[in-house]
Write a protein that binds this ligand. Sequence first.
Ligand SMILES: CC(C)(COP(=O)(O)OP(=O)(O)OC[C@H]1O[C@@H](n2cnc3c(N)ncnc32)[C@H](O)[C@@H]1OP(=O)(O)O)[C@@H](O)C(=O)NCCC(=O)NCCS
Length: 179
Amino acid sequence: MERSSKPVSSSHSIMSELVLPNDTNGLGNLMGGRLLHWMDVCAAISSQRHAGSICVTASVDSVEFHSPILQSEIVTIQSQVNRAFRTSMEIELLVDAENPRTGSKRRCNRAFYTFVSVDSEGKPKVVPLVTPETEEQKVRYEEAERRRDFRLFLAGRLDSDGVQSISDYIDAVKDAHSS
Ligand SMILES: CC(C)(COP(=O)(O)OP(=O)(O)OC[C@H]1O[C@@H](n2cnc3c(N)ncnc32)[C@H](O)[C@@H]1OP(=O)(O)O)[C@@H](O)C(=O)NCCC(=O)NCCS
C-alpha cells in the first residue's frame, strides 16, 4: 500500500515556558535538564502530529548550551518533523530566550531528536512520509538523511562501509587534523 505524505507545516509546534525559581540552579540559570525535558515534550507533540500515533524518544543528538537562560525569561521552543524514514522521524528544535522587560530575543539552542511511532504494544509503526515545500525545508530534508547515517553509525546500528556521507565526513575530519 502506498504511504501517505504530510507537509512539514502539519507537525510545526510552538511551546512557551516562563523560567521559575524551581527551574534554576544556584546561579539563577535554567537547569539544562529542565530545558531538555521541555524540548522532549515539544518534539513529542510534533512527532505525534505527524505520525497520528504515540511516539517515543529514540535518541537525542548532542546538545550544547552556549547561552545561559535566566530566571524570569520566557523560553520558546519550536519544533517540526524534518524527515520521516520508515518508523522514525527527525525532529528539529529551535530554542529562543526572551527578556520580558526589554522584549529582546536570542537563539539559545538548535537540536535534533529522533522519535519512533509505536503501536499499542510499543512496536515500531510505519509513519507517513514528509513533503518538504519551501527551499529551506528541502535543504533540511536532504541533510536529515546524512544526520541519520551518523547517529545510527554512532549507535552501532550502521556499518560505515558503503555509507558515502560518513566516508566523506571521516575524510574531512582527517584533512582538518592533518593540516
Ligand atoms: C525506540 C524503539 C521503539 C526502537 O525499537 P527497536 O526494537 O530498536 O526497533 P527497530 O530496530 O525496528 O528500529 C525502529 C526505528 O528506530 C530507529 N532507531 C532505533 N534506535 C535508534 C537510535 N539510537 N537513533 C536513531 N534512530 C534509532 C531505527 O533506525 C528504526 O527507524 P526506521 O524504521 O525509520 O528505519 C525502542 O528501542 C524503545 O521502545 N525504546 C525506548 C523508548 C523510550 O522509552 N524513550 C523514552 C526514554 S526513557
